[in-house]
Design a protein around this ligand. Structure first.
Ligand code: ZN
Length: 273
């Protein structure tokens, strides 16, 4: 499942490929149910002729604002990669990966390709992104994810801290792997109720969330430099051991796994208290 560093990497790949500045000349949608809004025909007509102004990310959503002098207002193409989605910008003449479901031809002989093996990806074309984006909490990589914010967000929340981190109401884009990683780095047991964390623990947790995600993004940055134009979409960017029988990197005792909100949760029962 793409998490925040994977989606940020996808966004940076689009920028590096020079998508901003290019104009969509159409759209080939291979699986109609991926288009959530508007209807398929309006979606294709609505983005044709749109010049990509930029590539933004909010949580796990990629936003491509589009402009056209004949349109009354800007429109935004929103992409969600789902479970296995990936994006690339390639020449139309280059053979496409068999799992490419959708392609968006560009005015320079290339096309934006949306690979989506399991068809959990989503597409929207809207006038205002707020029409479809959930009310997202601060992104851990943005300035508004402050210690004061996190203290307030956890106050009175008695669910396990791991469960709270998976709720997008605390931090946008936190997924299962990075929630485990942040709790491991901060030495906090995933079952602890959020409201019971001390001020010091919340500060450690916040720093660990930022560190884990920043390190993940940095690994992708290096990999993109080393492997352009075909960088890998999935790297192991976390440090927490996540296999049965693995030893904790600090105390060398056995890692344990439990389930919280139906998600596998790895932790060290000695280092995470
Ligand atoms: Zn340990």
């Amino acid at each position: 499942m793409p998490e925040l560093p994977e989606v940020e990497n996808a966004r940076r790949c689009l920028v590096q490929a020079g998508l901003p500045g290019r104009t969509f000349t159409g759209a080939n949608i291979g699986w109609a149910r991926t288009v959530k809004k508007p209807g398929l025909e309006d979606f294709v007509l609505g983005l044709t002729g749109g010049r990509v102004k930029a590539a933004h990310r909010r949580g796990k959503y990629i936003l491509l604002p589009l402009e056209n002098p004949d349109w009354p207002a800007e429109r935004t193409l929103i992409l969600h990669l789902g479970m296995t989605g990936g994006l690339s910008v390639q020449p139309k003449t280059q053979a496409a990966h068999p799992m490419v479901r959708h392609s968006f031809p560009l005015d320079d002989g290339r096309e934006l390709r949306f690979q989506d093996g399991r068809k959990f990806g989503k597409l929207w074309l809207v006038d205002d992104p707020q029409e479809v984006l959930p009310a997202l909490s601060p992104d851990p990589l943005e300035k508004d994810f402050t210690l004061e914010y996190l203290v307030d967000a956890l106050a009175g929340r008695n669910a396990p801290i791991k469960a709270l981190l998976l709720e997008q109401s605390i931090a946008a884009g936190m997924g299962n792997l990075y929630a485990d990683e942040a709790l491991y780095l901060s030495g906090i047991n995933p079952m602890r109720p959020g409201s019971e964390l001390s001020a010091d623990e919340v500060a450690r947790l916040r720093a660990s969330m930022v560190d884990a995600l920043t390190a993940g993004v940095a690994l992708y940055d290096q990999s993109r430099i080393d492997n352009w134009p075909d960088p890998p979409r999935a790297l192991t960017t976390w440090t927490i051991p996540r296999q049965k029988g693995d030893a904790c990197l600090r105390c060398h005792g056995p890692m344990e796994v439990t389930r919280i909100r139906a998600r596998s949760t790895w932790f060290c029962p000695r280092c995470q208290v």
